[in-house]
Design a protein around this ligand. Structure first.
Ligand code: IPM
Ligand code: MG
Length: 360
């Protein structure tokens, strides 16, 4: 079987980590007898430099014509990079948001779990970690504050900026359905996170989620306010199975969740629409401060590639093998700098990719 994969290396550490993920994918392809054909695409700063815009329509169409998209990361240093002298709609991040919206990738899955091997890298105390945690953030990705009307105006010499948080019930329903569906394959618990004590959009969110829950009597639904959730994630992360939340809350909570796994360099993500198609990218950014040094952790991207095998290509066995290879490398004591601890062997980006690929 042959699959077509669009690859967006992006900026900063993006090209380095994507290269390692492709190496691991190729090892899986060889072992499990399938072929991946890659088409490289430009997005973010790399596309600004080449095309004067962070994402061209042609790139969107090429991405759409593939079975899935594998991405590194985009963006640069906001203080020093010339990309950030451009108007907001032409900056690197605008390309990513446009791609997500154009391809209707409304469901963003961000799994966060603690590898036994990385307990030492987890900043939480042992008694808080307990038996570890295994949660998944289901983040709505094409609505809310990110895509509502915004403006900056000046009235009587006073500057005023507005962003709008809009959701309609259809957008809430479809992401809730995704959350309940995935909860069925896990521990059957959905915690819907909102700010219903203040926001209308959250009150609608809560009532639609409750309607959807009626179709899933086997899944337990709870609600939590977002500020409390931020606190609970560091107080007792083991209490969560699936966290369902809107775009902005999910952005913030997923960075927090990633840190308790030991490093943001461990958190993978999949962005899906109603079809099998998906965009797979690490949850972390382009880390321009360490780009080109060969020290970035490629594991979040490798695990995103595993999610691609599972969700877009239905290659569960190969996905399992990639995930097991990551676990094995960690249990053998290999670590990139961000997850390094006493007694372990420090390796660089390429070496980490080699080690994982060899164990697939
Ligand atoms: C993420 C990132 C993006 C987001 C940025 C780069 C626009 O932080 O994927 O979490 O806010 O969604
Ligand atoms: Mg983010």
């Amino acid at each position: 079987m042959k699959y077509n994969i669009a690859v967006i290396p992006g900026d900063g550490i993006g090209p380095e980590i994507v290269r390692e993920a492709q190496k691991v994918l190729d090892a899986a392809a060889k072992k499990y007898g399938f072929t991946l054909e890659y088409t490289e695409l430009l997005m973010g700063g790399a596309s600004i430099d080449a095309n004067g815009s962070p994402l061209t329509d042609e790139t969107i169409e090429t991405a759409r014509a593939n079975d899935a998209v594998l991405m590194g990361s985009i963006g640069g240093d906001a203080k020093t990079s010339p990309w950030y002298q451009l108007p907001p709609s032409l900056r690197p991040e605008a390309g990513l948001l446009k791609l997500r919206k154009s391809l209707n990738l409304f469901a963003n899955l961000r799994p966060a779990y603690l590898y036994e091997e990385l307990k030492a890298a987890c900043p939480l105390r042992d008694e808080i970690i307990g038996d570890g945690f295994d949660l998944l953030i289901m983040r709505e990705l094409t609505g809310g504050l990110y895509f509502g009307a915004r403006s900056t105006v000046e009235e009587d010499g006073v500057r005023k900026a507005t962003d709008t948080l809009v959701y309609n019930e259809k957008e809430i329903r479809r992401i809730a359905v995704k959350a309940f569906d995935i909860a069925r394959k896990r521990r059957k618990e959905v915690c819907s996170v909102d700010k219903a004590n203040v926001l209308d959009s959250s009150r609608l969110w809560r009532s639609v989620v409750e309607e959807v829950a009626k179709d899933y009597p086997d899944v337990e639904l709870s609600h939590m306010l977002v500020d409390n959730c931020a606190m609970q994630l560091v107080r007792d992360p083991g209490q969560f199975d699936v966290i369902l939340t809107e775009n902005m809350f999910g952005d913030i909570l997923s960075d927090e969740a990633s840190m308790v796994t030991g490093s943001i360099g461990m958190l993978s993500s999949a962005s899906l629409n109603e079809t099998k198609f998906g965009l797979y990218e690490p949850s972390h950014g382009s880390a321009p401060d360490i780009a080109g040094q060969g020290i970035a952790n490629p594991i979040a991207t490798v695990l995103s590639a595993a999610m691609m095998l599972r969700y877009s290509l239905d290659l569960d066995e190969a996905a399992d093998a990639v995930e097991a290879a990551v676990k094995q490398v960690l249990s053998e004591g290999y670590r990139t700098g961000d997850i390094m601890s006493d007694g372990c062997t420090r390796v660089g980006t390429v070496q980490m990719g080699d080690l994982i690929a060899a164990r697939v």
